[in-house]
Design a protein around this ligand. Structure first.
Ligand code: C2E
Ligand code: MG
Ligand code: MG
Ligand code: MG
Length: 279
């Protein structure tokens, strides 16, 4: 490599870095405007108890419905929202919309079900999270026992004392706590007995090959017995096939969320799904 090439390489590098910063500044401005203009929407993915043949919950999943760029998925805006702090107002909007929607389904006469809402690291660490959640529940009129808040292992383990205290306050209100993407955090299992949680969600990365890979099958079976032994509820994520569902049913994991039953649905299709659903 000549010095000249090195120089060019360096130039190129700074150029793309500036580009990246500019890009995220443009994105941030767009995202602020989007929040003002109500461009965020929620899709809802059903959670089904296969033994009971019932829809037991819905997970609220945010999308950005941009007039310019179409439907944008969370992986393309949540990280920046997290970096810029916009996740705080966005997250409150998600929680309020999800709670009020669940209340509306109950008022419309659908059998009561849980609504699950994801909390990112910054949301979970925000000052007055507990007050905010309490206020949203009061204002939307949703009974707290129908709300599930999802956090990941890595969020939970950032400061375990804080996590335990916060989760205790949330559960004291009657809210349930789910550990999302369980098994991907590479963390020791000993923390599980310290954390006041209700539900383990088995990460979908283990589900993909569970039928053919003895390793994945072993991991999933182990997570299932762990949950049973610790008296935790279980939800398997990313279930796409009958074969995967049968595997889970045999291991007594009854609750399933995945494309087998439904993709995340826009609101009008949720009601269609609920009316039509029979196992
Ligand atoms: P997550 O909470 O683990 O949500 C499950 C993700 O798996 C969703 O992706 C869902 O569409 C996808 N999925 C569900 N079933 C299947 C399946 O059978 N096969 C496959 N291949 N995928 C499936 P989505 O909606 O793109 O969300 C991605 C992540 O973004 C979520 O992962 C969550 O961590 C985050 N997220 C979504 N909405 C919110 C939100 O309102 N607030 C926060 N803080 N994060 C959110
Ligand atoms: Mg989730
Ligand atoms: Mg997950
Ligand atoms: Mg995830």
């Amino acid at each position: 490599r000549t010095r000249e090439q090195g120089g060019n390489h360096y130039q190129f590098y700074t150029y793309t870095m500036n580009d990246k910063i500019l890009n995220s500044m443009v994105m941030e401005t767009k995202m602020r405007a989007a929040l003002e203009n109500d461009e965020f929407i929620l899709h809802y993915q059903p959670q089904v108890n296969v033994r009971k043949g019932k829809v037991v919950g819905m997970e609220a999943l945010v999308r950005w419905d941009s007039p310019e760029d179409g439907l944008i998925l969370p992986q393309d805006f949540i990280p920046l929202a997290e970096e810029t702090g916009l996740i705080i107002p966005l997250g409150e909007w998600v929680l309020r919309t999800a709670c009020s929607q669940n209340r509306a389904w109950q008022s419309a006469g659908y059998p009561p079900m849980d609504i699950s809402v994801n909390l990112s690291a910054r949301q979970f660490r925000q000052a007055r999270l507990v007050d905010m959640v309490e206020r949203v529940l009061r204002e939307t009129g949703l009974d707290p026992r129908y709300l599930v808040l999802e956090i990941t292992e890595s969020v939970a383990l950032q400061d375990v004392d804080f996590t335990v205290a916060t989760l205790q306050s949330l559960r004291a209100m009657g809210i349930k706590i789910a550990m999302d993407d369980f098994g991907t955090g590479f963390s020791s299992l000993s923390y599980l007995k310290r954390l006041p949680i209700d539900i383990l969600k088995i990460d979908r990365s283990f589900m993909r090959d569970v039928v053919h890979s003895p390793q994945d099958a072993a991991i999933v079976s182990t997570i299932i017995s762990l949950a049973h032994n610790l008296n935790l509820k279980l939800i398997a994520e990313g279930v796409e096939s009958e074969a995967q569902a049968r595997f889970l049913e045999k291991k007594q994991c009854e609750e399933i969320q995945g494309y087998l039953f439904s993709k995340p649905l826009p609101l009008p299709e949720v009601e269609f799904f609920l009316r039509r659903f029979r196992l």
